[in-house]
Write a protein that binds this ligand. Structure first.
Ligand code: ATP
Ligand code: MG
Length: 318
């Protein structure tokens, strides 16, 4: 028996969210925001927190600075039930942060990468690969150190008997430098969204993108927002599954990470792939019932009652 169901390797940062801003920021001037929230950010942290909320034993490997925001990241992860004993503290580089300027439905984000761009495989204790049944990596384009070591990370996971997954997330510089031919054979479950997959394969449409990755991939799930998801088997069979309908979306921040946590939580229990996809869709939809990426996932009891009440879905087994 391995100690952890999942070890998530990825970026960590704080989000400083400003709401009710009096107009657009202008160089040389100063304006007020009516409301501020300083909280745990990062795709990998949302994934880890929500997988823990779904009952998985989860640890996270990421780098923080020896500073106030690093302390906040650790404290909030602990509060979500994620093991933080593998976090790496850099002595001088600050923890990353995203300033989120929120305007109604839309947001303007500025990210300082800080420690997230610095961590490499050399910083990580090689012993971790023995300790988990599954290794998940996310947001590689925000982490040049991890990105260059990705092949080795997946080889180590596999050598130690772990299954693997990857959500590349968006490339902020849109270079899409990702060697899918080399990496996909090492990845058990590949979890891009539709636009990301088209960009990284240089494709004009989803079918073309699927044709390109099919010879190299194992299982792939393509996320399509309120349209649901596509499950692609190794033989190229495409299984579309519509999203659970939420008439009252609060916001969809973190829906993709929540989808990942739902899919992987079922996957590591050996559930059939269509069940994993269905639970991924449900986790993504649950995410949209409450603000931000983790607040819908506060307790298993709340998840069960929301699933029943809003989506008429019985998950009493959870
Ligand atoms: N408005 C919505 N209503 C119902 N379900 C949704 C909605 N938005 C997303 N989902 C569910 O969540 C899944 C993942 O969402 P999405 O496709 O937005 O991921 P993403 O683009 O990776 O998002 P992220 O910005 O979190 O990385 C979808 O496949 C769908 O099942
Ligand atoms: Mg995403």
């Amino acid at each position: 028996m391995k100690e952890f169901d999942i070890i998530a390797i990825g970026e960590l940062n704080a989000d400083i969210i400003l709401n009710g801003i009096d107009g657009m920021p202008v160089i040389g001037k100063e304006i007020f925001a009516k409301d501020m929230l300083v909280t745990l950010g990062s795709s990998t942290a949302i994934f880890a927190a929500n997988a823990a909320a779904l009952g998985m034993k989860v640890a996270i490997v990421g780098m923080i600075g020896k500073d106030i925001l690093g302390g906040l990241v650790r404290k909030e992860l602990n509060a979500k039930g994620v093991d933080t004993s593998m976090l790496i503290e850099h002595p001088s580089i600050p923890t990353g942060a995203t300033i989120v300027m929120s305007y109604d439905e839309d947001r303007a984000n500025v990210t300082f990468q800080g420690t997230m761009d610095v961590m490499t495989l050399e910083d990580i204790d090689p012993g971790i690969f023995k300790r988990a049944r599954h290794i998940h990596v996310s947001s590689i384009f925000m982490q040049s150190g991890i990105k260059k070591d990705l092949k080795r990370i997946y080889e180590l996971a596999r050598q130690n008997g772990a299954t693997t997954s990857l959500d590349t997330q968006w490339d902020p510089v849109e270079k899409w430098d990702f060697d899918y031919k080399e990496l996909l054979p090492l990845i058990s479950v590949f979890l891009p969204n539709e636009t990301e997959l088209c960009c990284m394969t240089g494709s004009n449409g989803i079918q073309e993108a699927i044709n390109r990755i099919r010879p190299y991939m194992n299982t792939c799930v393509i996320k399509q927002g309120s349209r649901g998801s596509l499950l692609i088997d190794k033989d190229g069979t495409i299984n579309p599954l519509p999203a659970y309908i939420n008439q009252n979306v609060t916001d969809s921040i973190g829906a993709g990470d929540s989808f990942n946590s739902g899919f992987i939580a079922r996957y590591i229990k050996g559930a059939p792939l269509p069940d994993c996809q269905d639970f991924g869709n449900l986790a993504g939809a649950l995410n949209t019932t409450s603000a931000g990426g983790t607040s819908a996932f506060n307790s298993r009891e709340k998840l069960k009652s929301t699933a029943k009440k809003i989506f008429n879905k019985d998950i009493s087994w959870l």
